[in-house]
Design a protein around this ligand. Structure first.
Ligand code: PEP
Ligand code: MG
Length: 324
């Protein structure tokens, strides 16, 4: 198995008819890059920047953040490193943010909502990312987006960050792509409008499933209802890929579904451009993709989208993979 993984690491994720899919890594800190490189990750599709903000008394400085982003960007070499801006909130209390106790932290003051109010923290983070862009290929990704207005407001903050860096005479990349996570039903439904305002999409299925099905992603009492094969989830994902491609932007995925080999045939048939996952999942997903062929997976997708139950779709996929 180890040897197989090592051989796969050197190969591309390409279908039998030549459709390439970028397989990137999800990382939580620079130390995760060792595993990512070992599995042949093509860059980083999700750098969860939260770890920099948690477990401390004061927010991280620009220099501290810059050092972390630069390290990951450099390790990505010529490949893209997508840095998600802080995705913290009610369920991850930070003393220095003074987040009030909330009844529904997952529906509360979190992620982009905090960033757009605490623009001091947001602009500091953006400056650190833009500076890392001088040492590698970085992109900015916004979490929990529900409207185009949030993207517009975030772009204003990027402008401000650029202006400050110019004044300070620091080296930075001026044209860093700005993408968004599609992890709320609102964003998935409004993908057409949102695609016109940003440079890429990355579908965050962990939250998208939670919000679409109204099933807490961490509550064992309802975990049997939590499935990324639910027809409503699949319909939203299909809509997002189409909307992104209509606007000529790339569409990736960075939730757990991206690392599920059972989902790879459906996502490939939908036309997903990139899948970002924890490094150990890369070989198994790659092995599945390398055996796919366009016509059968299109038929498979049609069949799947016609089914009403997550369980039935999952079974369809299990049968398909076991016959591969
Ligand atoms: C997601 O919601 O799918 C995602 C990738 O973000 P996180 O798991 O960090 O909420
Ligand atoms: Mg999320």
């Amino acid at each position: 198995r180890r040897q197989q993984d090592a051989q796969l690491a050197a190969l591309e994720a390409v279908t039998l008819d030549g459709k390439r899919i970028q397989l990137a890594a999800n990382v939580g800190s620079p130390s995760d890059m060792t595993a990512a490189r070992k599995q042949g990750a093509e860059g980083v599709g999700l750098f969860r920047s939260e770890y920099l903000f948690m477990g401390r008394a004061v927010p991280p400085s620009e220099e501290e953040q810059f050092a972390a982003y630069k390290e990951v960007a450099e390790q990505c070499g010529s490949q893209l490193c997508v840095i998600r801006t802080m995705d913290i909130g009610g369920d991850k209390p930070l003393h220095y943010l003074n987040i009030a106790k909330e009844e529904n932290p997952f529906l509360g003051w979190r992620a982009i909502r905090i960033s757009l109010e605490r623009t001091d923290l947001f602009i500091t983070q953006l400056k650190a990312i833009l500076r890392a862009g001088a040492f590698g290929k970085v992109a900015i990704m916004l979490p929990m987006i529900i409207s185009t207005a949030e993207i517009t407001a975030a772009r204003e903050c990027v402008k401000q960050a650029v202006a400050e860096l110019r004044m300070e005479g620091k080296a930075f990349a001026p044209d860093v792509p700005l993408g968004i996570m599609i992890e709320t039903p609102a964003a998935a439904v409004m993908a057409q409008q949102l695609a016109g305002e940003c440079d890429f999409f990355s579908i965050g299925t962990n939250d998208l499933v939670q919000y679409t099905l109204a099933v807490d992603r961490g509550n064992p009492a309802v975990s049997s209802l939590y499935s990324h094969f639910h027809p409503a989830v699949l319909a939203l994902i299909d809509n997002v890929v189409k909307a992104g491609h209509n606007h000529n932007i790339w569409v990736g995925m960075c939730g757990e579904m991206a690392g599920d080999p059972l989902a790879a045939p459906l996502l490939t048939a939908m036309g997903i451009d990139e899948l970002s996952m924890s490094a150990p999942s890369i070989p198994r997903v790659k092995a599945v993709i390398r055996k796919l062929e366009e016509k059968p997976i299109r038929e498979l997708l049609e069949q799947a989208l016609a089914l009403n139950e997550a369980r039935a779709i999952r079974r369809l996929m299990e049968d398909y993979i076991s016959g591969q």
